[in-house]
Design a protein around this ligand. Structure first.
Ligand code: SF4
Length: 367
């Protein structure tokens, strides 16, 4: 599975499942939005997780499961077991790692076993990570993954399109791998690593309030086993999760139940199709709070808006609205999605022409 396909699935409601495997992380990056470190032990119960993924059916499963953290490769055996279970049902499995294990050119066997159980492996790189794991070590580890036959991508984060770090890192990855390793380039924002693909869409240039929320498409298993409807870190960490954004808990619910709640919710259908501001403008009797996600969280206290959504999106029309919005985003393609939600200057790098371009000789240049 390549990065373009993975990103391309992002607007599909329940086309993917994000799993935050652990909040623990051996790195201590200043910008970490999940507040991860080795001293926080929060993680979903592994047995609950295995049961939840085991509830996928051949006809009722996400196309892709993406494991994140914290650092998911702190649990390599669990990664291997979850990947096997998901793949048995027909799902593909991807994982995003901060590459802590690659220091000094290491690639421990248990981690390699977990990585080679995947359908796609992504390395997260930014200026903070590089202070802890040199770029050369990361690129050497990525070459080993490619040599093992697993498609690879790099997720880069910088301060904006003119960040010299981004230009330098992109050039280095290109020099090392040619176009064989696609890149997803994001700008620092107050969202978790898993949300790198999915910044909420800003209003259109005309100030239009219609601004679909792609974040509301894939359910997220949070560190305590709660299943949230979106991967905005503010939602994932908030307790209680606002009722319209809570899909269940892996201790009590299975995938078909969570999927049915997500696809059938009139509020989520409207969020995915037109976004929260348009919902307030259409149904609310008083102004919405400032801020895209703040106005979404406030929906729980707006019975007028909830009733309006239920009236108009509760039936077949709401289902069609959801489908139409998904189809429009799918037709635009993965690069358009990244232009809208990531760093537009580098959006084209999400595509790979791996099939046609041989891997250049030599290792990463390092820093
Ligand atoms: S608008 Fe709502 S569903 Fe979308 S990212 Fe914000 S909080 Fe999540």
């Amino acid at each position: 599975m390549d990065l373009a396909e993975l990103v391309g699935l992002r607007p599909v409601p329940c086309g993917g499942l994000l799993v935050a495997l652990t909040r623990r992380c051996p790195m201590s990056c200043a910008h970490c939005s999940t507040g991860s470190s080795l001293s926080v032990s929060e993680e979903p119960d592994p047995e609950h997780l295995l049961r939840f993924v085991g509830s996928f059916g051949a006809e009722d499963r996400p196309d892709v499961v993406m494991m994140t953290g914290g650092e998911p490769l702190l649990l390599p055996d669990l990664v291997t077991r979850l990947a096997g279970l998901a793949q048995t049902a027909g799902s593909r499995v991807a994982l995003l790692s901060g590459m802590f294990f690659a220091r000094d050119g290491r690639f421990p066997d248990r981690i390699m076993r977990a990585v080679t159980a995947l359908d796609h492996f992504s390395a997260s790189m930014d200026v903070h990570h590089e202070r802890e794991v040199p770029r050369g070590d990361v690129l050497r580890a990525l070459r080993a993954v490619l040599d093992a036959g697993i498609p690879v991508s790099v997720h880069l984060t910088g301060t904006g399109p003119d960040d010299p770090y981004l230009a330098d890192a992109v050039a280095d990855v290109r020099r090392t791998f040619g176009a064989r390793v696609p890149m997803l380039v994001n700008e620092v924002r107050p969202l978790g690593r898993a949300a790198g693909l999915v910044r909420a869409t800003p209003p259109g240039p005309d100030g239009s309030l219609v601004s679909p929320c792609t974040l509301a498409a894939w359910p997220v298993v949070a560190f305590d086993g709660t299943v949230a409807a979106c991967c905005n870190q503010w939602t994932v960490d908030r307790r209680p999760v606002p009722p319209h954004l809570r899909l269940g808990h892996i201790a009590d619910d299975d995938w078909p139940t969570v999927r049915e709640r997500s696809l059938g919710s009139p509020v989520l259908r409207m969020l995915r199709a037109v976004g929260p501001r348009r919902m307030h403008a259409r149904y609310a009797s008083s102004p919405a709070p400032a801020g895209y996600c703040r106005s979404c969280h406030a929906l729980g206290d707006r019975p007028d808006v909830l009733a309006g959504a239920a009236r108009e999106a509760g039936g077949r029309v709401g289902e069609l609205l959801d489908q139409l919005s998904t189809e429009q985003q799918l037709a635009a393609g993965p690069a358009a999605l990244v232009r809208r939600m990531g760093c537009a200057r580098y959006a084209h790098l999400v595509e790979s022409d791996a099939v046609h371009e041989p891997l250049p000789a030599g290792e990463g240049s390092g820093r």
